[in-house]
Design a protein. Structure first.
Length: 452
């Protein structure tokens, strides 16, 4: 059995005034004889601007929402027991950052909220680290092994928090778990590497939609992805880097191979100068195969646009499907099951923009935290059909965190046959939780000294 505590805790400014109220839900196992040895898992979602609902009600928590085995909504809405929850090995707190879920900033009387204290990569990390210090103190968890998990933008958040927790709060972690991580160093920079890294995702999505050539389609997904990955690293990146000075023969050869691995036509690839954006892929992959669009965050999902022609989808088919079931489920669960009564709207996506993306050093923050803390290990989980924060981007991020290679044995990557929220597919819900469970059990130190 377990105890569920849901409530709010303030964020204070340097003068001790409350400037925000963050809503959280905390699960602790009952009848634990040795609480100091029991891990604490701190869970964030992403956005930026997303509430913690997604992993709370669909992944690691003791209840999951009512969906079918592939993740599609069913009625009646609501929740059921999660037989795969990691609550057997760790207590869990789900945190809603400012303006997400039931969390809100608190303006001074007659003044506007100072957005610079909340809505940016570094501000977000700073106030959340301070908030966590208070939470850990109030709940007597200083002696517990600690893990932080972040999904999507939450990957950037937890990379940054790993160092902020150590250097500003003097709180050391055993593990960082990144679920479908968004690394802005890859996504926003652009250029040949950022563009080329999309190809293995195109391969995976096209394979799922049966849009690849017959010889590839008859193979298993995990047989063909290494081929696409190797082609991307060894051939495609150098080819795109040559830009307009690539030879005609090489341009045609690369376009042919890209078409082979993507399900698009050679002409489509050439028309984009070998640089096919994901937005076009989502619209164009099935244009001549039924005219459906494929989902951005999970390309198993199909959408129906007003026009088959065009270069962008009308909407994200996966998001509409998810909101269909998640929104009623979280409101029902918090208000009726956990009895958290409020008239405040639960923000699935809250008003946090404009978001300050300057000075993003989170990737190196994680490297520094790992170097300073021999206990700290990293698990990365990605769905092969995620087109927003692709699995190959996640692998690339993992490769780049420590260029020396001296800490590579402390990284672990796990891939799943689903999308951004791989846990929506029941088979992956079971496996992904088991992977977290194994990661936690493997990284509990059991008396081993923290030293090199």
């Amino acid at each position: 059995s377990y105890t569920a505590e849901t409530g709010t805790q303030p964020v204070w400014d340097e003068h001790g005034k409350p400037i925000a109220s963050l809503h959280y839900t905390y699960y602790s196992r009952n009848n634990v004889k040795d609480r100091p040895s029991r891990p604490l898992l701190i869970s964030f979602n992403g956005g930026p601007g997303s509430g913690s609902v997604w992993m709370h009600l669909a992944y690691t928590g003791p209840r999951v929402l009512n969906i079918d085995d592939e993740g599609y909504p069913v009625q009646p809405y609501g929740v059921r027991e999660n037989p795969y929850s990691v609550l057997d090995v760790t207590d869990i707190v789900y945190v809603n950052p400012a303006n997400t879920g039931y969390s809100r900033t608190i303006p001074e009387t007659g003044k506007e909220v100072d957005r610079s204290k909340f809505f940016g990569i570094n501000a977000d990390i700073k106030y959340l680290a301070e908030w966590l210090n208070t939470f850990v103190t109030r709940h007597n968890r200083w002696r517990s092994p600690k893990y932080i998990i972040g999904e999507s933008y939450g990957g950037t958040r937890v990379m940054g928090l790993s160092l902020a927790m150590q250097n500003q709060q003097w709180m050391y972690l055993n593990g960082v778990i990144m679920v479908s991580p968004a690394d802005y160093k890859v996504i926003r920079v652009g250029g040949p590497v950022s563009s080329a890294l999309n190809l293995p995702y195109y391969t995976a999505a096209a394979w799922h939609q049966k849009a690849l050539p017959a010889d590839l389609q008859q193979k298993d997904l995990l047989e063909i992805l290494p081929e696409s990955e190797a082609y991307t690293i060894n051939t495609l990146i150098p080819a795109i880097a040559k830009g307009g000075f690539i030879s005609e023969a090489e341009r045609n050869s690369v376009a042919e191979k890209m078409a082979y691995y993507s399900g698009l036509s050679k002409k489509e690839v050439l028309d984009h100068n070998l640089d096919v954006p994901p937005s076009y892929f989502w619209k164009g992959l099935l244009r001549d195969r039924g005219g459906y669009t494929v989902g951005r965050l999970d390309s198993r999902y199909l959408g129906l646009d007003k026009q088959i022609s065009g270069v962008r989808t009308d909407y994200n088919s996966e998001i509409t499907s998810w909101l269909h079931s998640f929104t009623p489920a979280i409101n029902y669960y918090l208000q009726e099951v956990l009895k958290f009564k409020t008239d405040i709207k639960y923000n699935m996506f809250g008003p946090v923009r404009p978001w300050d993306n300057k000075d993003d050093n989170t990737r190196d923050n994680l490297r520094q935290a790992m170097a300073q803390n021999p206990y700290l290990n990293v698990l990365i989980q990605s769905g092969y059909y995620d087109g927003a924060t692709t699995y190959f981007n996640a692998k690339y991020t993992m490769w780049q965190i420590d260029p020396s290679g001296r800490m590579k044995d402390r990284f672990e990557f796990k891939g799943y046959r689903s999308g951004h929220m791989m846990y929506l597919r029941r088979e992956d819900l079971k496996q992904a939780n088991e992977d977290i469970r194994n990661f936690i059990n493997r990284t509990l130190t059991r008396g081993k000294s923290a030293k090199y």
